[in-house]
Design a protein around this ligand. Sequence first.
Ligand SMILES: *[C@@H]1O[C@H](CO)[C@@H](O)[C@H](O)[C@H]1NC(C)=O
Ligand SMILES: *[C@@H]1O[C@H](CO)[C@@H](O)[C@H](O)[C@H]1NC(C)=O
Ligand SMILES: *[C@@H]1O[C@H](CO)[C@@H](O)[C@H](O)[C@H]1NC(C)=O
Ligand SMILES: *[C@@H]1O[C@H](CO)[C@@H](O)[C@H](O)[C@H]1NC(C)=O
Ligand SMILES: *[C@@H]1O[C@H](CO)[C@@H](O)[C@H](O)[C@H]1NC(C)=O
Ligand SMILES: *[C@@H]1O[C@H](CO)[C@@H](O)[C@H](O)[C@H]1NC(C)=O
Ligand SMILES: *[C@@H]1O[C@H](CO)[C@@H](O)[C@H](O)[C@H]1NC(C)=O
Length: 570
Amino acid sequence: MKKSTSTSNNILFFIHPHIFLLLLLLLLCQWWSFASAAAAAPSSQGGSWNVLLSDIGISAMHMQLLNNDRVVMFDRTDFGMSNISLPDGKCRYDQNDTTLKVDCTAHSVEYNVASNSIRPLMVQTDVWCSSGSVFPDGSLVQTGGFNDGDKVVRVYKPCSNSTTNSTCDWEEIQGGLIQRRWYSTNHILPDGRQIIIGGRRAFNYEFYPKSASANNSYSLPFLVKTNDPNKIENNLYPFVFLNVDGNLFIFANNRAILFDYMKNVVLKNYPEIPGGDPRNYPSTGSAILLPLKNLQAQEIQAEVLVCGGAPKGSYTSALNGNFSGALSTCGRITITDPNPQWIMETMPLARTMGDMVILPNGNVLIINGAATGTAGWECGRDPVLKPVIYRPDNPFDSRFEIQNPSTIPRMYHSTAVLLRDGRVLVGGSNPHIYYNFTGVFFPTELSLEAFSPPYLDSVSEYLRPQITSPASQHAIGYGQRVPIRFKVAGRVDINLVTVTMVAPGFNTHSFTMNQRLLVLVSENVKLIGKNAYQINVVTPNNAKLAPPGYYLLFVVHQDIPSEGIWVKIQ
Ligand SMILES: *[C@@H]1O[C@H](CO)[C@@H](O)[C@H](O)[C@H]1NC(C)=O
Ligand SMILES: *[C@@H]1O[C@H](CO)[C@@H](O)[C@H](O)[C@H]1NC(C)=O
Ligand SMILES: *[C@@H]1O[C@H](CO)[C@@H](O)[C@H](O)[C@H]1NC(C)=O
Ligand SMILES: *[C@@H]1O[C@H](CO)[C@@H](O)[C@H](O)[C@H]1NC(C)=O
Ligand SMILES: *[C@@H]1O[C@H](CO)[C@@H](O)[C@H](O)[C@H]1NC(C)=O
Ligand SMILES: *[C@@H]1O[C@H](CO)[C@@H](O)[C@H](O)[C@H]1NC(C)=O
Ligand SMILES: *[C@@H]1O[C@H](CO)[C@@H](O)[C@H](O)[C@H]1NC(C)=O
């Protein structure tokens, strides 16, 4: 068992009237995690881990990869002093901040993948438990947060050379939102706006930017219906996906609707997920839109996979020191089906607070999280250190494969995003109300790690495609034929080459907003020179399939992806 048994001794040094209850809770927690220890898992298969930076100064609670290969990260302004100073001697003076009125430390950073370095950024208002989407021009538009930040919209424009340009930073738009948005979910729309759905005590949605005809918030009774009567809102950070018909699939708690956001009409009620247990915050599971394929078909299918979470009542139990075992089931549903039904599968490892990351080859990485408890301060135990890869196209019962473990627990407030080179960047984890590095279960994590899936093993190097054209940052249109040229050192099986396009998403609280992978329609691979090949692909036909903006394009050979190139579809 990988538990912080050693910390129990330290706890005695912390006795203080304020934390007496906490002490009791921690002791209880330990007893219960012992009682709920899971059976030994099957042996690990592959993948490797590297610590990239041991201290980025903040705990990466929210992450977004931008088209300049920088990852913007932030935690919250009311965590107290972080471990990195604001640039140029700046300080934030905020009489409304609940923790520090003057804070000269940063709560946002920009990570440069190529140089493996970070640069502090400045947020003025509280971004805690907020949400976001990248706009078609490549800027990150982040919305809401807590306290003085709950109606603020913040824009971060990627700069061509932010290494030398420290003026490149967040811009804040006060009153950008109509409702307070805390634990909301955003999605980019085919017209380039974003929709912002739900949040704590916000049973409605709105759009950003506003227009004369959409300058309001619109009610969404589904969020009232899925709000637990005992006020444990197991419907926060709802799982939202843009369906191929342009409507939104919205999953909250244990069920979903297909929603026409233009007309404010529920088009379809999906059946409750079997078992009926909640999958959203704080019973946090995760969900993903599976790869969209056959994009020229008359009727394109879309499937959603929802995995893990915590049984009903787990949050209240965890607050009382009773950490329930996480859910081990996933539900898979074809959301475009006239008579959609959930098909249940069992993960080899039960998990709450896991992240689901779509890999360039269309497989799904399930990573981070815990085997007992829930999201929320001090509410999780038993970190699940082993990621699992789910292969959606394998036969039922042979889809999950356990990967090699990390050594760093990634509990509540941890993150994971795909990078252009195929690695998965992992950060965060802070289940404490402030930064706490000693004497607590799962100290605040300031480190960044990369998980390299097995396709990055050097033994596969001779099979790995390398894209030679177009160049990165290429602009493409809809329904356009585009030749892609690539090299492969070893022998190419021309029947096993695909081209995929991935929309990098906004990751926080175990859900990645806007994450999307499209398998492009392609012609046969042609040999055009020594080890050189061309494959002609057709870009997606419309913005319902692929909202405008930046995507990573990969050539995949025998499940081994190339490095991606950035393409901009418009
Ligand atoms: C915070 O920064 C200091 C100096 O930069 C470093 O020595 C320390 O280890 C850091 N703390 C953590 C928890 O990483
Ligand atoms: C603090 O909050 C009040 C009330 O919401 C607001 O009027 C004021 O501008 C805020 N001050 C700062 C420094 O944010
Ligand atoms: C950005 O500036 C740095 C430092 O001057 C330089 O080394 C680097 O080549 C520049 N990058 C680009 C893309 O211009
Ligand atoms: C620095 O960044 C700012 C903000 O993005 C931009 O307006 C300005 O042109 C940049 N300056 C240089 C020298 O690149
Ligand atoms: C939306 O309404 C507000 C308040 O009435 C107004 O100030 C703003 O100009 C409107 N925005 C648009 C884009 O119409
Ligand atoms: C702990 O919680 C589980 C379900 O959440 C419940 O079945 C069990 O009885 C609880 N145990 C105690 C000691 O309260
Ligand atoms: C974390 O640290 C803060 C400040 O040192 C302290 O007030 C708080 O009680 C700690 N939290 C836990 C869970 O130990």
